[in-house]
Design a protein around this ligand. Structure first.
Ligand SMILES: [Fe+2]
Ligand SMILES: [Fe+2]
Length: 200
């Protein structure tokens, strides 16, 4: 793949297509990991609301997303239950941890807000990209439709986080830092092994 090639939502590195086949073979693990991703998405939105109560748009727009992400968690949980599978333990989230280590330390609080919003936008974008792969490539038609719903929803969240960034910071600054993040994310994924038991 050339460095110039863009994938959906501006992401710099398309997911290796082998990932879907691996995920398909470890459905319980991927459902478990996905369930925790949704749970974390809900709790991240709560944290942002707690950290930035002065930003009314952020509070108002993220409040319903908490409910939506929690609804996603419940959707995944019921898929596990339907298959008589248990939730299982939460794994270390290497991808998200790596993203977090690239956050700006110190500096102006607005720059930290920017990084937080852009990291969440990235996670949504990458999740959306992977849900799309699943919605297109999985053998099981039911599961293809199941993941399609997440793909659509996470694409909306990706846009919301970017919009929120532009609400509180100058557009040029958001654009510049977003470009940097896209490259950081590409590098992180390049250095991670492809595993079918993880969403990222
Ligand atoms: Fe979600
Ligand atoms: Fe989301």
């Amino acid at each position: 793949m050339s460095d110039q090639q863009n994938t959906i939502l501006g992401l710099k590195l398309p997911t290796d297509p082998r990932w879907v086949n691996l995920a398909e073979m470890s459905l319980q693990d991927i459902l478990t990991d996905h369930a925790y991703c949704e749970q974390k998405a809900a709790s991240n939105c709560i944290s942002l609301i707690q950290r930035y109560p002065q930003h009314q748009r952020l509070v108002d727009e993220l409040a319903p997303i908490v409910t939506e992400e929690w609804g996603h968690f419940r959707m995944v949980l019921s898929e596990l239950n339907k298959r008589k599978l248990s939730l299982g333990k939460q794994r270390k989230d290497l991808y998200v941890n790596e993203l977090m280590t690239n956050m700006q330390k110190g500096g102006h609080p607005d720059d930290r807000l920017l990084d937080q919003l852009l990291i969440f936008a990235l996670i949504e974008a990458r999740s959306c990209e992977r849900f799309r792969l699943m919605s297109e490539e999985l053998e099981d038609e039911y599961l293809r439709n199941f993941y399609r719903k997440f793909m659509i929803s996470e694409a909306g969240h990706y846009r919301l986080f970017l919009d929120l960034a532009k609400t509180y910071l100058p557009h040029e600054k958001v654009k510049k830092r977003w470009k940097e993040w896209l490259l950081i994310e590409k590098e992180i994924l390049e250095n991670m092994e492809i595993r079918g038991d993880r969403m990222h």
